[in-house]
Design a protein around this ligand. Structure first.
Ligand code: AMP
Length: 277
C-alpha cells in the first residue's frame, strides 16, 4: 500500500511509523523506466521505500523549462509500483520561506553542467539536503545519467557527514540506445532520431578507446562525431574523472565520457564509461 503525503508533517509521521532501513529515491516526476530502476534497487535493499516527486524551482534558472516541465502525478502513481511512501509537496510546502542558509556545492559545480547552468547544482543540493533531513534515509539512489549531480551529492554527504549511503544506478536506455529522460517528451519524432547522435558518439568513443586510442584522441573523436551531426548543437563533449570532473591524464586507464547538446530547443545529457585498452 502506497501512502501519498503532501506535507512535511505527514511525511515525518509516516517515517516515524516505519521499522528497519529506509531507501530514498528523489525524482521530478514524469516517471519512466529509469526512475523505476532506482525504485527497484531501493526495493531490493530497504524495508521501506520512499519516493519524492517534486519539480524543484531552485534548480531551474529563469528562461529554463520550469513551467513546461511535465507534471503528471496521477500517472506517476500508477507507474510507481511497490513504494511505501510518496512525498509530493507543493512549492509553498517545500519552501515555506525563502531559504537564507544555502549549500555551496563548491568547485566541481562550476564545470560542465554548472558552467551552462550556474545556479543549478546549488538548487539541487538545497532540495536534496532538505529531503534527506525529512526522510533520514539509510540509502539514497541516484542515476548515473546525471553523473555530475551524483558526484556532487556524494561529496556533500561526505563533507557534511550526513551518514547516508549514496548508490549510483546505471543509465536505462530505450531499445535504440537513447538515454531515458523526462525531457525526451519535448522531442519531435525527427529530433528524437537526431538525439541518437549523443549515444552514438559516446559508443564510438568507447569502442575507439577500447581499441587503443589514447585519451586526448578519443576526446577529439567524441567531439567531432557529435558536432558532425546536423541539428545537434554541442555544449560539451569531453572525458573526465567521474569523481572530480577534472580531465583525465594521457596515461589514464578509465574515464567518463560526458556530453551535453541541444537538439532543437531541448538540452540533453548523456555519458558512458570508457576504458583505454
Ligand atoms: P529526474 O526526475 O530527471 O530528476 O531524475 C530523478 C532520478 O532518476 C535522478 O537520480 C536521475 O539521475 C535518475 N534518472 C533519470 N533518468 C535516468 C535513466 N535514464 N537511467 C537511470 N537513472 C535515471
Amino acid at each position: 500500500m502506497t501512502h501519498l503525503v503532501t506535507t512535511k508533517q505527514e511525511l515525518r509521521q509516516r517515517i516515524r511509523d516505519t521499522n528497519g532501513s529506509i531507501g530514498l529515491v528523489m525524482t521530478m516526476g514524469a516517471l519512466h523506466a529509469g526512475h523505476r530502476r532506482l525504485i527497484d534497487a531501493a526495493r531490493a535493499h530497504s524495508d521501506t521505500v520512499v519516493v519524492s516527486i517534486y519539480v524543484n524551482p531552485l534548480q531551474f534558472a529563469p528562461g529554463e523549462d520550469f513551467d513546461a516541465y511535465p507534471r503528471q502525478l496521477e500517472k506517476d502513481m500508477e507507474i510507481l509500483g511497490d513504494v511505501d511512501i510518496v512525498f509530493a509537496p507543493s512549492d509553498d510546502e517545500m519552501y515555506e520561506n525563502e531559504p537564507l542558509v544555502r549549500i555551496d556545492p563548491g568547485q566541481v559545480a562550476t564545470r560542465f553542467e554548472g558552467a551552462t547552468r550556474p545556479t543549478h547544482f546549488a538548487g539541487v543540493l538545497q532540495v536534496v539536503a532538505k529531503v534527506f533531513n525529512l526522510v533520514r534515509p539509510d540509502v539514497a539512489y541516484f542515476g548515473q545519467k546525471d553523473a555530475q549531480q551524483l558526484a556532487l551529492i556524494t561529496t556533500m554527504v561526505r563533507d557534511l557527514d550526513m551518514g547516508i549511503d549514496i548508490v549510483g544506478v546505471p543509465i536505462v536506455r530505450d531499445s535504440d540506445g537513447l538515454a531515458l529522460s523526462s525531457r525526451n517528451t519535448y522531442l519531435s519524432p525527427e529530433e528524437r532520431t537526431t538525439a541518437l547522435a549523443l549515444v552514438q558518439a559516446l559508443t564510438a568513443a568507447r569502442e575507439a578507446a577500447r581499441g587503443g586510442l589514447p585519451p586526448a584522441e578519443t576526446e577529439r573523436l567524441l567531439g567531432e562525431t557529435l558536432a558532425g551531426t546536423t541539428g545537434v548543437d554541442v555544449d560539451y563533449a569531453t572525458i573526465v574523472s567521474p569523481e572530480t570532473f577534472q580531465g583525465v591524464s594521457s596515461n589514464a586507464r578509465t574515464g567518463l565520457a560526458i556530453v551535453a547538446a541541444r537538439v532543437g530547443a531541448t538540452r540533453l545529457i548523456d555519458n558512458m564509461e570508457v576504458s583505454f585498452g
